[in-house]
Design a protein around this ligand. Structure first.
Ligand code: SF4
Ligand code: MG
Length: 298
């Protein structure tokens, strides 16, 4: 991290602290969620996002335990359903900055349909995938991203199938922003989250998250030996979808940074013609609707 960034963070330390609550952390020692939470709070403050205009939505999972540890509007939703929840809130009140966080289990099993349409529609929210390669909250069962052959609770002989590659999957759907970062590297996460928060469409960020309790095969050191920064590569152009698709297909290595960005794509709110001339938000219109006649029928 450069000196300018350190100075910025020092000046804004109080503001970052205001995003903390008094709730006690319940994650295991060494869990990647601690770093993710710190980096996200830093990025929110560095991007001057007001607490009163910030909504964070959480899926079920260890990630969801953050819902009462951050001082802003939060919703802890149903398993796999965080995306429709977050998207609904954003469409109703576009003035909000909306961040949705979910794990690999909920995202690529129960909720994979929602991810497809969130990318396709380019809903203007930030989505953070906490990928620790297991269903950690339910004591470590295999998910769609658990590497082949690795043992988890429920698969003592090792997972028999090839894993799903989240970045390959999302890049095949025509996204506007795809990035990857590492839970052990708070500075890198902060920078990636800042860029993602600035993006005007659906920003998909995969976090390679360590889970020392149930994914002992992939500790921080294991990832550190295998990641490389795309920004340091000669001739890598993150506007080129084919370069992006090629780089994420390499096995055994993990590109980090902004993998792909399409600044030309219109987000969902820019493509809804019937709302073009409206000066009010949906939430303001609903607030003035008299629903008492419906309540009388209950
Ligand atoms: Fe973190 Fe894993 Fe513990 Fe969950 S089980 S809190 S992901 S270390
Ligand atoms: Mg998980």
């Amino acid at each position: 991290m450069d000196a300018k960034k350190i100075e910025q963070l020092t000046k804004k330390a109080d503001q970052i602290g205001k995003l903390d609550t008094k709730q006690v952390m319940t994650w295991c020692d060494g869990c990647g969620n601690y770093g993710i939470q710190n980096a996200l709070k830093r990025a929110i403050v560095l991007e001057n996002i007001e607490q009163q205009k910030l909504l964070q939505c959480f899926d079920i999972g260890c990630v969801g335990n953050e819902s009462d540890k951050v001082e802003c509007y939060t919703i802890h939703g149903l398993h796999g359903r965080v995306l429709p929840l977050a998207v609904g809130a954003k469409i109703a009140n576009p003035e909000l900055t909306v961040i949705a966080s979910a794990g690999d289990g909920g995202t690529f099993s129960e909720g994979v349909n929602h991810l497809v349409h969130a990318v396709r529609n380019d809903y203007p929210i930030l989505f953070l995938l906490h990928d620790n390669e297991n269903y950690a909250l339910t004591t470590g069962q295999a998910t769609a991203t658990t590497p082949k052959g690795q043992v988890r609770n429920g698969t003592p002989d090792g997972v028999a199938q090839d894993p799903l590659n989240p970045l390959q999957f999302v890049l095949s759907l025509g996204p506007s922003f795809v990035a990857q970062t590492l839970s052990a590297n708070v500075n890198h996460m902060t920078e990636v989250f800042q860029k993602a928060l600035r993006h005007k469409g659906f920003a998909f960020v995969e976090i390679l998250q360590t889970c020392p309790t149930y994914n002992k095969q992939c500790p921080n050191e294991w990832y550190a030996e295998r990641v490389f920064e795309v920004e340091k590569l000669k001739n890598y152009d993150c506007r080129d979808i084919w370069q992006a698709r090629k780089i994420v297909a390499e096995t055994g290595k993990f590109p980090i940074g902004v993998i792909y960005e399409n600044l030309q794509k219109k987000n969902f709110l820019e493509t809804v013609p019937h709302r073009e001339k409206r000066k009010t938000t949906l939430i303001e219109e609903v607030a003035h609707t008299d629903i008492t006649k419906f309540l009388g029928k209950l």
